[in-house]
Design a protein around this ligand. Structure first.
Ligand code: NAP
Length: 259
């Protein structure tokens, strides 16, 4: 049994849908106060309403995580609503699929800004909070794509997700003097609105390559983030946890057909 996270203040970026909504719901179920962050008001409110309808505590802050001033405001609002920031789940991300030959430089920049620069901005904005308290927890949503695996069309995405891990390692060292840890969850294929948009053929072929023979659910990532936020994980920093149903294990098509 883990120490309760009840009453802790948690920022979850990209919490208006998908994995972020799952993370927000998992933390709220444990009694944490959750700041739901995204750009889209309608969907962010849906997350807040869902949490509140289950007697959880949630507020929302509309914020583009690529905008430094908006990110500073996000932290300020969370502190004034909840009294502090205890946990940052930097999860917001995009994954347009375009091969290198067809990719505009602007698309490369947009993916880097949304997935990688935003992690830096959110961490930087939260540091004064963690410094003041002498502790804090940061969980990044990286991916297996980039750090471990590859998929045509996702060179920019893979680079951004690998970049998050490079950033994390130095951040772990710099943040250690504030009693703050930073770790990353690396999801495989998790069924979300974003993934659904890639089409049924993609979903079916992915499920077939996963030893557990199904896509993950958003709570699978929420539970991994909850572990990194727990007191019991206080001696773990700069590390990753792959949550992928065994997807990276098969050495060949034959290997997956054997089971
Ligand atoms: P999703 O369903 O498309 O949700 C993405 C979330 O990020 C939304 O809440 C979106 O809200 C928010 N967002 C995007 N750009 C933003 C911005 N500039 N500012 C603020 N919020 C922004 O995606 P998902 O599948 O849940 O993915 C979430 C994270 O998990 C991403 O980092 C992704 O790379 C990672 N991941 C996902 C999978 C998977 O299988 N689903 C696998 C590996 C890694 P708004 O558009 O309203 O702002």
């Amino acid at each position: 049994m883990f120490t309760s996270i009840k009453g802790h203040s948690v920022i979850v970026t990209g919490a208006s849908k998908g994995i972020g909504r799952g993370i927000a719901k998992v933390f709220a179920l444990q009694g944490a106060k959750v700041m739901v962050v995204a750009r889209g008001e309608v969907e962010a409110k849906e997350t807040v309403d869902e949490i509140r309808s289950n007697n959880g505590i949630a507020e929302m802050q509309l914020c583009d995580v690529t905008d430094w001033d908006a990110v500073v405001e996000m932290v300020k609002v969370t502190e004034s609503e909840f009294g502090s920031v205890d946990v940052l789940c930097a999860n917001a991300g995009i994954f347009p699929q375009t091969k290198i030959l067809e990719m505009d430089p602007e698309e490369w920049d947009q993916v880097m800004e949304t997935n990688l620069k935003s992690a830096f901005l959110c961490v930087k904005a939260c540091i004064p909070q963690f410094k003041k308290k002498g502790n804090g927890r940061i969980i990044l949503t990286s991916s297996i794509t980039g750090p471990v695996t590859a998929y045509p069309g996702w060179s920019h995405y893979g680079a951004s997700k690998s970049g998050q891990l490079g950033f994390m390692k130095t951040a772990a060292m710099e943040l250690s003097k504030y009693g703050t840890t930073i770790n990353a969850v690396m999801p495989g294929n998790i069924y979300t609105e974003g993934l659904r948009d890639l089409g049924q053929d993609y979903l079916d072929s992915m499920a077939a390559t996963i030893p557990l023979k199904r896509l993950g659910v958003v709570e699978d990532i929420g539970n991994a983030a909850l572990f990194f936020a727990s007191d019991e994980a206080s001696y773990i920093t700069g590390q990753t946890l792959i949550v992928d149903g065994g997807q990276i294990l098969p050495e060949s098509l034959e290997a997956i057909e054997e089971i």
